[in-house]
Design a protein around this ligand. Structure first.
Ligand code: ZN
Length: 100
């Protein structure tokens, strides 16, 4: 019986402390959520750095090594250091390189 009273008192104490610090706990939780959101928002640019795309206003032209056609870099298909005007040219170039 003595242990039950002590346990009950202990639980009440925890409840009181939790109630007293509820605002503190809430703001701590809010900070934690904000921090998590910030980390999520910071991740996408790092992933985009793997394949950089120039989003400047000027359209840079690249020449297709297959058909010698000039194409805007954003529309071109990139393979290693070469830019192809279309997937067809890229595929033809790849099969041509394999045969050679
Ligand atoms: Zn081409």
């Amino acid at each position: 019986m003595k242990w039950l009273i002590i346990l009950l008192l202990f639980l009440v104490l925890i409840a009181v402390v939790a109630w007293y610090f509820r605002k503190y706990l809430q703001s701590a939780w809010f900070l934690y959520q904000t921090f998590r959101r910030m980390r999520k928002q910071m991740r996408p640019p790092q992933e985009k750095q793997v394949e950089p795309k120039s989003r400047s206003g000027d359209t840079e032209l690249v020449r297709c090594p297959k058909c010698n056609k000039w194409t805007p870099k954003e529309e071109a298909v990139k393979l290693k250091s070469d830019f192809f005007c279309s997937l067809t040219c890229l595929e033809e170039s790849v099969t041509f390189n394999k045969r050679a």
